[in-house]
Design a protein. Structure first.
Length: 98
């Protein structure tokens, strides 16, 4: 983590960096298994694309209403995951692997 104190504004900022591990070459399957979101899933693609790519992807990959609804469901699951992790961090607890 990194902390910073702004005495002019009387603000104390703490930045918490996630734990990361380096993978050995050829061990990419273990890195996929350790990920919270599988890298080959649609949720991963949605979560990691830029806004420009996302809008093009929605137009081309989700032409029907039901497909767009599925995309919204994936976004809601991602939002819940982020909010859950944020709540754990705001309590001052580290994120565990479970």
């Amino acid at each position: 983590f990194k902390s910073q104190h702004d005495t002019g504004k009387n603000l104390y900022t703490v930045i918490v960096y996630p734990r990361s591990t380096a993978t050995v070459s050829g061990d990419s399957d273990a890195a996929y298994a350790a990920s919270l979101i599988p890298k080959d899933s649609a949720g991963y693609k949605i979560a990691t694309t830029s806004m420009a790519v996302f809008t093009r992807m929605i137009d081309s990959k989700c032409p029907s209403w039901s497909q767009k609804r599925g995309c919204i469901s994936a976004l809601e699951r991602l939002q819940k995951l982020i909010l859950d992790m944020d709540a754990i961090l705001m309590k001052g607890k580290p994120l565990d692997d479970a």
